[in-house]
Design a protein around this ligand. Structure first.
Ligand SMILES: [Zn+2]
Length: 362
């Protein structure tokens, strides 16, 4: 049993019509897991099939969530696309609070759903649009640069995914977008989803230290990038394929150290389930289920010395104020329930969820 402030998970994918045949739906399962982990809120990413990029679709999605969410806050990061008129409508939606959050999401590479905005001129123009309209929302990015990918993914050699989507590809894209956001006079919050490369953290700290950031930057960590690594391919194969991919044990340990040192603003799970048959196929999609891990993830952070106060900031208060959710902090007691993984057909955290893992840094 572990007691903690009910967390907000700012990064979940509950899927949509692409998995219409899955029963119970990933939306229903997601809220079941959120309830069991005692979450106060979840913020959904915009790339299920129908994309959450237009007002009617976003409203419809929130309506679908009503059936399952109980008292859990359900918000949506409105997706941006290559269509400037859509971007104008999306930013206006964020300003009006249509998604019950104040955030937009851009994929700077194609990931599940192929929502990528890859053209550097379009990327720059969108920062300029945000700057010129005085946009103050939270601009979330999936930062990888496809130009920096090396070699090909081979499903028979799962680690080839990590070798292809290099740590550098994340850093380079973050650097480029920080520059463009500055040039565009962006004044919102620059939010880096699922940081997988500790060098990205060092770069942001350097920029901050030199007073070179005219906007605030928030770093998001995931449980899988701080607790799992390329060794997990040996156990799970392509089932632990996700974007950005798992890193070497050395990089993973450094990321965990950075989380413990208070360098991150928030934790999001990037819960992104697929049917297990698809994960086991010769074209395995990216993403893992992760919501059931919350109580164990928190337990491991405590075990590794994180104070209750820092933990509450990282898992609740920071997201609550950043996304203007105005939720009240509440403490709950939760027991980690590994049987929740059964619904997904496998447990990506099986190597470390026995609970005996005290990490030591020497
Ligand atoms: Zn994601």
């Amino acid at each position: 049993m572990v007691s903690y402030t009910k967390p907000i998970d700012p990064h979940v994918h509950f899927r949509g019509e692409e998995y219409k045949y899955v029963n119970p739906s990933f939306l229903e399962l997601g809220f079941r897991d959120a309830r069991r982990a005692g979450l106060a809120g979840v913020l959904e990413q915009p790339n299920p099939e129908r994309w959450l990029t237009e007002e009617v679709v976003v409203e419809d999605r929130l309506e679908q969530g009503e059936e399952y969410r109980c008292n859990i806050h359900h918000g949506i990061h409105v997706g941006l696309t290559n269509n400037f008129e859509q971007v104008i409508r999306a930013l206006d939606m964020v300003n009006r609070g249509v998604g019950r959050s104040n955030s937009d999401k851009t994929f700077y590479t194609h990931s599940t759903g192929n929502m990528g905005i890859l053209d550097p001129d379009i990327q720059k123009h969108i920062w300029w649009m945000k700057g010129v309209t005085g946009y103050r929302g939270v601009s979330i990015g999936h930062f990888e640069d496809e130009q920096k990918f090396v070699g090909d993914f081979d499903y028979r050699d799962p680690i080839s995914h990590s070798q292809r989507q290099t740590p550098e590809s994340e850093l380079v894209q973050v650097e480029r977008q920080i520059r463009s956001a500055k040039d565009g006079r962006f004044r919102g919050t620059f939010y880096i989803a699922h940081v997988s490369n500790p060098d990205t953290v060092d770069y942001i700290e350097r920029e901050r230290g030199m007073g070179k950031l005219p906007f605030s930057v928030v770093l998001e960590a995931t449980f899988h990038h701080i607790f799992l690594n390329t060794d997990d391919y040996k156990i799970h194969g392509n089932k632990v394929k996700m974007n950005p991919p798992l890193r070497t044990p050395r990089l993973q340990e450094r990321l965990l150290e950075y989380v413990l040192a208070g360098k991150f603003g928030v934790i999001g799970t990037d819960h992104a389930p697929h049917p297990v048959e698809r994960k086991n196929s010769d074209s395995p999609p990216s993403g893992i289920p992760a919501l059931p891990f919350w109580p164990k993830g928190i337990e491991l952070l405590i075990k590794n010395g994180m104070s209750e106060e820092d933990l509450a900031d990282l898992t609740f208060h920071n997201a609550n104020s950043l996304f203007r959710l105005r939720l009240k902090p509440r403490i709950i007691e939760v027991e980690y329930d590994p049987t929740l993984w059964d619904a997904y057909g496998w447990n990506p955290f099986s190597r470390i969820d026995g609970g005996s893992m005290g990490l030591s840094f020497s």
